[in-house]
Design a binder for this molecule. Structure first.
Ligand SMILES: [Zn+2]
Length: 117
């Protein structure tokens, strides 16, 4: 097999990057309305290069909140459906304060301190 040169590899990588950009246009949303207050917007933090995986929008960086994905399972009317949802920082903190949601970090701290004696 003929060896390729570093220059050929660099050209091939650039061509592949261009191909990925033209075939993976970002179709995801740039913002989500908070599902709790239904007012505040959770917005995409960084401009998009169009080569991210649409199925993993929760892994993007979101300003003033987060986006998460939820799948419904057996027993739900929405079995097999999945959704992306936004939640603003203020609502997450309010829900934590009201003990409607659980802060995972705090839960782990409590578990480490737990002494069953
Ligand atoms: Zn909110």
């Amino acid at each position: 097999m003929k060896k390729i040169t570093k220059a050929e590899a660099t050209r091939a990588k650039k061509l592949l990057d261009r191909y990925n950009k033209q075939t993976n246009a970002w179709l995801g949303r740039d913002s989500y309305t908070c599902i709790c207050c239904k007012e505040k917007e959770v917005k995409l933090l960084m401009p998009h290069d169009g080569i991210r995986d649409l199925r993993e929008q929760q892994q993007e960086m979101w300003r003033d909140g987060t986006v998460f994905k939820v799948f419904f399972g057996y027993g739900s009317k929405l079995d097999m459906d999945g959704f992306f949802m936004g939640l603003c920082d203020d609502c997450a903190l309010e829900l934590e304060e009201k003990r409607i949601v659980v802060n995972i970090g705090e839960l782990i701290k409590r578990a480490r301190k737990y002494d069953p004696k």
